[in-house]
Design a protein around this ligand. Structure first.
Ligand code: ATP
Ligand code: MG
Length: 199
């Protein structure tokens, strides 16, 4: 499951768990992006996003976090990650889990045909995002739709809540909240809550 995870929230975790259960997966590997080329406004250091994802998943024996994108130089392309994972995993069946909003940007951009051939693609339902576009792109037979309990949670909203001093309880794991506060990750200067943000 790829993402920026800035920060990881319960929408991500519920999606991962639903995929594990419905598809009978042995393991769900979270892959935090290094420098997402489509998200130039993301300033949170990859190491912070990686560690928050570890904190959120550590207790689940079926969840793990990969450094594959965090450690790679240059912009993050899914196709490169899948090529690397394919090589590492040999015959293991590989699924790529995304949400309804992310699926089209992955499959209609760089090296779409190769990307589709490298893994089985799964698109999770997400409030506010329509999967009908998959049909318009002729992708409905090549992507499995995963029904996920609707959680209208986004990292964008979580970052805004932090910056405005609003509660993030029950939207992100407590450990992630504590880590973000300790490092002042989402405090906007001027709100006077926390400073910093550098590693
Ligand atoms: P941002 O607002 O910064 O874009 P986000 O909440 O969309 O953050 P990402 O890290 O961009 O989180 O998402 C990683 C993956 O998880 C994407 O494939 C996205 O579609 C999916 N996803 C995120 N939130 C949900 C949710 N609430 N329900 C289902 N899928 C989700
Ligand atoms: Mg997103």
């Amino acid at each position: 499951m790829g993402g920026t995870f800035d920060p990881v929230h319960l929408g991500h975790l519920v999606t991962a768990e639903q995929a594990r259960a419905d598809l009978g997966l042995d393991e769900v590997v979270f892959v935090p992006a290094g420098s997402p080329w489509q998200k130039s406004d993301t300033t949170t250091a990859p190491e912070h996003r990686y560690l928050m994802t570890v904190l959120a998943t550590a207790a689940n024996p079926a969840f793990s976090v990969s450094r594959i994108e965090v450690d790679r130089e240059g912009p993050t392309y899914t196709v490169q990650t899948l090529r690397q994972l394919r090589e590492l995993l040999g015959d293991t069946r590989l699924f790529f889990i995304t949400g309804a909003d992310a699926i089209l940007s992955i499959l209609t951009w760089k090296d779409a045909e190769e990307t589709l051939a490298l893994a089985d693609f799964v698109a999770a339902t997400r409030p506010g995002h329509d999967l009908r576009a998959l049909r318009d792109e002729g992708l409905e037979d090549r992507v499995t739709v995963l029904d996920v309990p609707a959680l209208a949670i986004s990292s964008t909203d979580i970052r805004e809540r932090f910056a405005r001093g609003r509660s993030v309880s029950y939207l992100i794991p407590r450990e992630v909240e504590q880590y973000a506060r300790k490092h002042g990750l989402y405090a906007t200067p001027g709100w006077g809550l926390w400073g910093g943000g550098d590693v």
